[in-house]
Design a protein around this ligand. Structure first.
Ligand code: ZN
Length: 350
């Protein structure tokens, strides 16, 4: 047995126990072995079933087709079962109404259940559309933050198999985002501003110069993907832009396309290591009105659900991880390299 070790996240202060031998435990409860199939007759996100969703707030229609009709490449619609809404309280309720927007991004017209099977160009369409809707939502001055996320697989919270993700506009700043924002601000005040490097720039400096136990998965001029030092989840990966910019609303098209390329690569690599593993993606971007602060970088986080959340995580806030991030990054890099070679043969990835 390898001795378990503990690591503390330098940003949030949370502790993670790394117990790699727990990854060898015999698992007798069933795990998904195949991607869920999408039944076109029972798919509210299929072309032809547009009437089954609320009217679209955004769409990519390269053929010039009419809103809420077939012909689209991507649609964004209000969530039929929203967690927050713009309906005002009837004045009788004791609690304030949970105000905000909750939209669903239907990422392809095809009956596909895995985001990793979309082409890089389709993934870039998703990330560009999210930015467009975020810019539109910003005009509602009641909103304080924007939360974009994806749940893939039932164990990660998905209720429909057809690939989709979600965007929320909220009247408050969610606690994880606030904690990151506060911690990076403290770092900036204490040492970042005098060094001219904010927390994320210092992180990239340190990670890119760490040659021996590298946690870097992929990198380009614009974006670096890495497995964080105190990863809470096995194969957890962060996608961090190199340019100082707190808000995804101000990300460039080059950065968004590079994000799509690296997310596509990492997800395909992950699926070759743990086939059909459920996962979440979460985009962290500065609260609204604070887009220009120097201490923060927008970034995307990937949490694979290899082990699920159990009593220690839910009851005590202490994560158990069975894969060291150095080992995770190495495995994810191998998958990416194999695919890069394959991609040379296929000129059209769409
Ligand atoms: Zn974050």
């Amino acid at each position: 047995m390898t001795q378990p070790v503990m690591r503390q996240d330098p940003l949030t202060g949370h502790w993670v126990i790394f117990s790699t031998s727990r990854g060898d435990r015999p698992i007798r409860l069933s795990k998904p072995v195949a991607a869920p199939s999408v039944d076109p007759a029972d798919d509210p996100f299929a072309p032809g079933n547009e009437h089954e969703t609320p009217g679209e707030s955004y769409a990519i229609r390269r053929d010039g087709s009419q809103p809420n009709h077939p012909g689209w490449d991507l649609r964004i619609v209000p969530n039929r079962y929203p967690a927050v809404s713009t309906l005002e309280s009837d004045g009788l309720a004791q609690e304030p109404a949970a105000y905000g927007y909750h939209e669903v991004i239907i990422e392809t017209p095809r009956g596909e259940s895995m985001f990793s099977r979309l082409s890089i160009m389709e993934i870039a369409d998703v990330f560009v559309s999210v930015q467009q809707r975020m810019i539109a939502m910003k005009s509602d001055s009641r909103l304080r933050s924007l939360a974009y996320f994806k749940n893939e697989g039932a164990a990660a919270g998905a209720s429909l198999p057809h690939v989709h993700s979600q965007l929320m506009g909220l009247e408050f700043v969610p606690p994880f985002l606030q904690a990151e924002f506060d911690a990076t601000h403290r770092y900036w005040e204490a040492e970042g501003s005098s060094k001219g490097r904010n927390w994320f720039e210092s992180l990239l400096d340190a990670e890119l110069s760490n040659q021996n136990d590298s946690r870097i998965v992929d990198r380009s001029v614009d974006l670096v993907s890495l497995c964080p030092y105190a990863s809470r989840y096995a194969y957890e990966t962060w996608f961090v832009p190199t340019r100082r910019n707190a808000s995804y609303l101000n990300a460039t098209i080059e950065e968004i396309e590079e994000l799509a390329r690296q997310v596509h690569g990492v997800l395909n690599s992950l699926m070759s290591i743990v086939p059909h593993v459920p996962y979440n993606l979460a985009l962290h971007t500065a609260p609204l009105g604070l887009e220009k602060v120097p201490h923060y970088h927008w970034h995307l986080e990937l949490y694979p659900r290899v082990n699920g959340l159990a009593g220690l995580e839910c009851g005590f806030g202490c994560h158990l991880n069975t894969v060291m991030p150095e080992q995770a990054a190495s495995a994810l890099r191998v998958g990416s390299a194999v695919r890069t070679v394959n991609r040379v043969d296929s000129t059209n990835t769409r």
